[in-house]
Design a protein around this ligand. Sequence first.
Ligand code: FRU
Length: 492
Amino acid sequence: MPTISRELQRARAYAQSTGAHVQGGDRAAFHVCAPVGWINDPNGFSLYGGKIHLFFQHHPYDWHWGPMHWGHVTTEDFVRWQLLPEALAPDRAYESGCFSGSAVTWRGRHALIYTSHLDRPGPDGIRQILEQQSLALGDGVDYEKVPEDPILRTEALPEGACARDFRDPRVWEEDGRYRMIVASRRADGLGSYLIYESEDLRGWRFVTELLHSDGHRLGKMWECPDWFPLDGSRVLLLSAQEMEADDEGFHGLNGTAALVGGWEKATETFTPGPPRPIDYGWDFYAPQTVLTADGRRVMIAWMQSWDDDVTPPEQRWAGMMTFPRELRVRGGRLYQAPVRELERYHADSVTVRSVAEKEGRRLTSGRQLDFTLTVEDAAAAVFSLDVAAGGAYRTRLTYDAPAGRLTVDRTHAGMPGDRYPVQIVPLVSVPERAELRAVMDRGSLELFLNGGEQAVSVLIWTDPACGDVILSADAPLRYTFVCHRIEVGEDA
Ligand code: FRU
């Protein structure tokens, strides 16, 4: 039996007793939410014991960020999630937080590889910050940290790399070995991703620096990498701090980029294509993927922003994940689609074929929806769709083909203190037949444009009573609107 530390016992007991009061009500119906307290990055997204496991950065005791634990949920269909006991608590002398990481299988056991983050005054009273990687082994419920921890220490960093910024190990199996990609900061202050290799998850050899930041559009410190083969390419998912905004859809500050390229193992060389935002909304960070039993690469991310916390102040929990998305590479680009399991929860499906006009038309009403709007002759069209609308409230999506952009405006969503209410999304393509799919849950809107060529994630904490979806167009426009309500039952 694993030993459960005092810190972990306390977190488990607290989450159980307090979590019961926080459940229900204002929570999302089919997105992973904080059970109690605060959550950020997804961690350890993996397949183990026939289930998908998802862990997350968790501070159970407050709805603001604090000493990081790992919360834990599992699912069999990405829609209904079961809450498990807290998996990790910071309970070792070398850690004041269990930062982000990943999970693999090790000789039949579930192995969590995470960052032991230390931020404490040292023996001389001076603040000490140090990041090293640690390992915990478990059975899918209880996990025990190994005696060799931390298993990857700052001594293993390349010359000049900063010992304070060495985090978020992403481990996978390749050719009978384990490989890790992990974030680091070079002597010149720029973020980089390093590759290490191991036979047993305990001893690690430095292989190479995969890539480092340009210091501008790709920001300064890098975090939370993911790195995998897909459709004949190699995909790097990157999360970065202090990015510079540009006209290609990078909104600056904390953001993400996908680099699709080629990988030559013999020379350990990555030849990346141009960086593109993974998601054009503010509320998307630290994505991580899992390979499902049927071979799909599925991505989940934290659906919130470090720069613009719009959590309603009266809400006693903070943070949720995106809906999981299937990834594909086509023409060197990453495409995203909500996992197909969502279709099992479709109810009350309707199809409307009509003509949109200046005078807005209410298409439906609801806040748990999966709808697709297809507009014909759209290459020069301008139309707008209000969602979560009612009374003075709305979130307005304006598709402007001549200007080549989609604007998502939540100025009137009823979220005082929203620092970045307007998101301008430059359209990658302006097809004759425009397609806009939306997955909405209480509190969120995820858009998939033109077959998943672009995705946009936004939180909208508008009063749940506001659910109208209203379409209007500058000039008459033929459209088809297919809409399903999402019904998941009570205890999802
Ligand atoms: C990214 C991040 C990670 C870190 C974690 C701490 O959102 O800053 O780099 O491991 O959050 O909660």
